[in-house]
Design a protein around this ligand. Sequence first.
Ligand code: 5GP
Ligand code: ZN
Length: 116
Amino acid sequence: MTGTDCLFCKIVAGDIATDIVYESDTAIAFRDINPQAPTHVLIVPRQHIATINDIDDEHQALVGSLFAAAKSIAATEGLSDDGYRVVMNCNEAAGQTVFHIHLHLLGGRTLTWPPG
Ligand code: 5GP
Ligand code: ZN
């Protein structure tokens, strides 16, 4: 699934309005429509990659840029010192529902471990 079939490709293309909090050459970030914490931001590469299993050597800088975005957004959201969680789900058993990789940035409350 790529391009017009993919929800996050549509958001990257600007075809679906979202609450964008961060943009770079490689990624965008916007607030999750069903937030699980006071801050719940999705960090999405502009390039369509379906799952972690589809990440290749050529994507290493791109994937690194997602974590750079997480660091920046956490600072903007005031989460850097208290702490926050960054999660990427892979395939159904982990709860992935949108098959275009994305980091979840969660913060603003105490997060338990292990996750459900
Ligand atoms: P996953 O379950 O794949 O790890 O995460 C997908 C996330 O996308 C979910 O947390 C879900 O709430 C969010 N989501 C699904 N559709 C939309 C949408 O149209 N807009 C936004 N902002 N988030 C969405
Ligand atoms: Zn996509």
